[in-house]
Design a protein. Sequence first.
Length: 416
Amino acid sequence: MRLFIFTLGCLFCAFCTANTLTQTPIVTGEMITHQSALFKEERRFMVALPEQYSLNQRDYPVLFVIDGDFQFQHVSATVHNLARIGKIAPMIVIGVANQGNADYLKSNTWTSESEGNDFGGVVLFERYLKEELIPLIEQQYRIGSQRALAGYSLGGLFVMQQYIAPEPLFNAFLAFSPSLWFDEYGFKSTLSTYLSEKGVGQGPLFISLANEKGMGIKPVVDVFKNKAAKTARWQFKQYPDETHYSTALPALYDGLVFLMPNYFIDLDQMMALKDYQAVLDEFANRSKLWSGFHFGWLQSYTLSKYFFASKQSAQIPTALTWVNTHYPDSYLEVLINFALGFNKKQQPEQARDLLLSAEKIGKAHPKWHYQLSLSYQALSQIDLAKTHHQQAIELAKKHQLESWEYWELSPHQRFD
């Protein structure tokens, strides 16, 4: 047996020697350190940018996540995936890091005699966000006016405080199993007084609760039911099969969908509508969502499939004019996917002409060059096909496209 194991080990080493393994890190975000004048120390935050961020100049909704060391990776991964499949809008995710557990307890809570001196630093934390971190984020990244805040446990308590803050820093709120037991369940009376006067908070609010007791959440939900104005947009959801620790992920999914309901329109839904104008009207309605709306790659691809499947391809120029008017930042993505449709339907002249009509803005985009390469290849203009394919690959590397996007450009394609 020992000889057999030794032989296998030798074979594995020989295999590794003959087949050198190349390791490439998969980077999903960055951690950044900066000096805080308020805290008089270095502070940290994490950032994850949407796919194709460097290929455009538009502003993005942003999600700030409390307790970034613990929450950032699964939150940014979930946002990333949901945006990729068109379920929600692409978002910049910022993880707000605490400096250990003592700082976490302090920063998310107000002063309380009943809880003791380990708590009560929320005023300083709020100032840090307002005066230092958010301005820094605004300088470094293209964030829009849609700014959501998410937190879990004591971080969820901080979210609830921000929901009724007199000078709001955020306009959407996700509170996962918030610790509303704090200060002898004191938030309930504060919220009751606030809603009696104002009726609504500072934006849409999602509250979750796992299979747990003593959190003080259900009494607060009762306050919302009794005192929130009809215009207040809020939702409570309990997860009876989850613990306080495991509820964060399913609650995050539901909370994001709550902020952007029905963001994606699938092909079957489009086909059930009267015509392409009715479909475009549905997209016009999406502009009213908290996040606004943008045609991502999958929604653009699905729209293209609709026009060809419903035999309305003659209306593509009209549709593109509409997109350019209502969602100008989406124009090129939609146009590229219409060209993809023409290429798939073996109509390379139409694909080429459509792409060349947007040459000024398209020449910086790898997918524009790739579709143009396919159309030239079909037209037997091989030199032009090679040139545009090479430009597509070079741009994909320059902008560090996701691996799935890069390989969809067929980097090893031959033109013999």
